[in-house]
Structures are given as C-alpha cells and as structure tokens.
Design a protein around this ligand. Sequence first.
Ligand code: C6P
Length: 406
Amino acid sequence: MFDIQEIRSQFTILNQQVNGKPLVYLDNAATSQKPNSVLEVWNKYYTELNANVHRGIHTLSQLATEEMELSRRKVQKFINAKHDFEVIFTKGTTEGLNLIAYILTQKLKKDDEIIISYLEHHSNIVPWQLLCERTGAKLRVIPIDENGILQLDYLDQYLSEKTKVVSVNQVSNALGIVNPIEEIIAKTRKNSDAYIVIDGAQSAPHFTIDVQKMDCDFFVFSGHKMYAPMGTGILYGKQEILEDLPPFHGGGEMIATCSFDGTTYAGLPFKYEAGTPNVGGNIALGAAIDFIGKVGQSTIQNHENALLEYAQRQLLEIENLKVYGEKANRTGVVSFNLEGTGISSDVGMILDKMGIAVRTGHHCTQPIMDFFNIAGTVRASFAIYNTFEEIDSLVEGVKKAQRMLS
Ligand code: C6P
C-alpha cells in the first residue's frame, strides 16, 4: 500500500485545471511529469552550482563535477552496470540509438544484416536504415501477429553469421507490449556474434533493469520519461565494446591529446561525451532515480499494472472499442480506437476539452499502424501518480466521445 495523495502532492503540475476541468494526465509514455524533488535539485544547480564540469580548478566547477559524477553512479546502480564509465550521458534515447548506429559503421559491410522488429519506434528504425545506406547492409524485421506479439520463429530463421546487430525495444511505446528480450538475447548469442541493442525508453520507467543479467551490449533510455528533465538520457555500453569502437562527436573533453598531426581520445566515458553536457539535467536525473527508489520499483510496477487492468476491463465494455495488443503481456499503456467513429485525434480533442491528456496518432510507429491498417490510435499511458478515479474519467470521456462522434 502507498499513499497516492502524498505522491500526487509532490507533483505541483498535477494540481491544476485544464479547460476548466481537473487535469487528468495520461500521456506518460510521451513524457512523465517531474516531482518537486527533481525540480528543486535542478533549480539548486542553476542557483548555487552552475559551472562547466571536468574543466575547472575553481570550487563551483569541482562541486558541479562531483554532483554529476555522483549521478552517473546512481544510474550505474539503477541499471546494475559493472562500471560507472559504461554509463554515457546523452540527450535521450534517439541520440543514444543514433550514436550506436554511427559508431558501428566500420563493423558492417555490404550484405551484412541488422535485425529489428515491427514494434520499433522510428528512433530504432531510421538510424539502422541510415547505417544500411552507409554500408550496404540489409534490414530484417521480425513480424508480429494480430495481437502485436513478436513472431520469434522468424528471428530463428534470420539469425546467421551475416547478422551484425539485433536491436529491439523492451516495451513497445505504441502498444505497451513487453517483449521477451531474455529469449531474444539468448537466441542471438547462440546463433550469431551480433551486437545486441535494447531500447529501454519505455521499460526503464517501469521495470528494474539489470544490464549484466540481461547480457545486452547496449541499453538506451530517456530521463524525461522517468521523472527527470527533458534533454537527459543514458547510453549504457559494455566496457570492451565501447573501448573498441570509435567516438561519435569530436570536440572538447573527448580528447587525450589534440594536435594538427592527429588526436588521441580520452578514456570512457568521456570519449563519448564531447562538448558541454546537460549538467543540471544530468544531476536532476540522479534525483529522479532517488524518487523512484523511495517509492519503490515494485510499487510503481504493481500500481501501473493495476491501472492498466482496470482501464482495459472498463474500456472493453464499450461497444465497438478495439484495444490493440489486447491479449499480449503489456505494461503502462492501453492503445485503442472507437471503430466507426472517425480518427483518433477527434477522440483526443474531445478528451482534452474534459481536461484529459492522451496521445493520438501513430506514436512514431507508422509500421505498426500500417500492420493494423489504421492511421493511429488513442493511447493512455500511466505513471505512479495516476488514480483509479482518473481512469473512470477517461472511460466516461471515451463514452462521451463515442456519443458525439457517432
Ligand atoms: N516515445 C512516445 O510518445 P526520445 O524522444 O529520444 O526521448 O525517445 C525516443 C523513443 C525511442 N524508443 C521508444 C520505445 C520510445 O517510446 C521513444 C519516445 C515517445 O511514445 C515520444 S515519440
């Protein structure tokens, strides 16, 4: 049991009216709200500590550096990385995935293969397409069935000595489906030497992550979906792999020596952190991890699963409402349409008038929408501060939208 009102009191933004109605924020897969503890740390950085890191002898610079490195160690613990230098600060999942695809360029050649899945966000499709364009490699896509479940027998068929990368998400943002990444990783290790990349954008906010147990080579996620500020994210990579691969951006702080005759690179993690980082955001990410730790990851997961079950049960009672991925193992997201009542954004607009924030459209996953032959869905996504009463409001809102649109 936990005191949800106490949790909600930590999120000032939730206590407001939108369009004359109490805000019901159900767009957490797009970005979560930030607790006051995170905002305070961020504010304190700019009011008391602001200085560039790793390059100042003066006190503020040293304090800011200490705080940011402390945050790196919090992330290390959060994902159970073996070393803190395997944790690279980025500005989000998109940057992390692009970084990996870029630094792997020299490792791929014509006719090599990259395996992704139908359930990927565009961020885990386009960087690999670009890599294919650079190298002549080919993309293979694990298909889904009518429930959105990955057809892993295709992975068995696809894996070969040509496979150089397997990159899949742990949780689908559009449908909330939890993918069997343990099985995917085990099959990949057994049948190829491919680099294994896990997009954790939608799992890190909900699950306990253990990258060592998972045995992935890379794991990427965004801070802003897990109570931290926007512009924060993490790329985890195994030490020996990051040491072997070339840098991404060139610039300040990523060099050991630089002259016109050539440059040598800094060690990890700095080799991958060129330029001034988002120091305040990175420190606040540590505060978000503290927040998650205080609430408890199992409390978060249990509550969100209970909300999902409650929402799905009630929504399915509405006639002509289709939930996508209804039968799949899911977390944190319910994605649906009112059949025969126009497009998802109409429903979203009606809900917005009632103060209810959901996402509509393709959710940056057009292949999934194409598979179901739809333009988009209405997506409600949950966080620790959402209540069962808010789900009731959503259900009432959807019924009203159906009346208005039919
Ligand atoms: N999905 C959503 O509403 P960024 O934008 O870099 O923080 O994360 C990109 C990304 C990558 N992978 C997955 C599985 C994601 O869900 C996202 C972001 C948001 O679903 C915004 S499009």
